[in-house]
Write a new protein. Structure first.
Length: 232
């Protein structure tokens, strides 16, 4: 039986989905509320993880250990790292990595987790294709891109930092949870995909753009996820 774990860092990223689901149970653990129930005829567990990599990683482990989810979808907002990807567009992850992991002094690549043997965590190809198709169906007026998500415990709002992330990691967007979710899902062998609606350009305008666009971006992502569930 498929059971889909759906994670958003902030309440606005999951509130629309929770309002649409039939909630059967709420479990509180690690200061998080896990809403179990049915959405679009699928068993789901929807949770607000909180912001940042530690919250995200803990959330995935609870979904794995306590709820035995078979798939993980991470929905939310991000800053664009690609000039072709504008505010309001959607990025579906091909893979994810950390931009603030730095053990290069020991010969590792920027972003590579020491002794893990990799720096990229690949999303499930079937979920990637499904997310891309579902976005086109649910949000036909929105452009959808596939690409790399780069994550760190920083809100990127500086052009110089943005250019460094582009140069080092060739990312499509940047945010604060995706790579940790990808990392934990990979270790637990759970197929995952990260879906990000673009709320800002991750440059000197980000502080102004983010509050204006975050709510619509989050709602667009929620529509996409709801559509995906019909086809998983």
């Amino acid at each position: 039986m498929k059971r889909i774990g759906i994670i958003g860092a902030m309440e606005l990223e999951v509130e629309t989905l929770k309002a649409q689901m039939q909630i059967k149970n709420i479990v509180k653990k690690a200061s998080m509320e896990f809403h179990e129930g049915i959405l679009n005829n699928r068993e789901v567990v929807i949770v607000r993880s909180g912001v940042g990599k530690v919250n995200a990683g803990i959330c995935v482990q609870i979904l794995a250990d306590l709820f035995h989810v078979t798939h993980i979808i991470n929905t939310g907002v991000a800053g664009s790292l690609n000039a072709a990807i504008d505010i309001g567009d959607v990025v579906v992850s091909t893979d994810a990595l950390y931009h603030d992991m730095d053990a290069t002094i020991f010969g590792y690549q920027p972003g590579e987790v020491p002794q893990l043997g990799k720096r990229e965590f690949a999303a499930d190809p079937d979920l990637v294709n499904l997310a891309e198709t579902s976005c086109q169906e649910a949000n036909p007026d929105i452009h959808v891109f596939t690409g790399r998500v780069v994550s760190g415990d920083q809100f990127i709002s500086d052009q110089t930092v943005k250019e460094k992330l582009i140069s080092l990691f060739s990312g499509s967007c940047t945010e604060m949870e995706g790579a940790a979710i990808a990392h934990a899902a990979t270790l637990n062998e759970i197929p995952f995909v990260i879906i990000r609606a673009i709320s800002d350009k991750a440059d000197n305008s980000a502080e102004m753009d983010y509050p204006a666009f975050e709510k619509k971006a989050a709602q667009d992502c929620a529509k996409l996820v709801a559509r995906m569930l019909q086809n998983i």
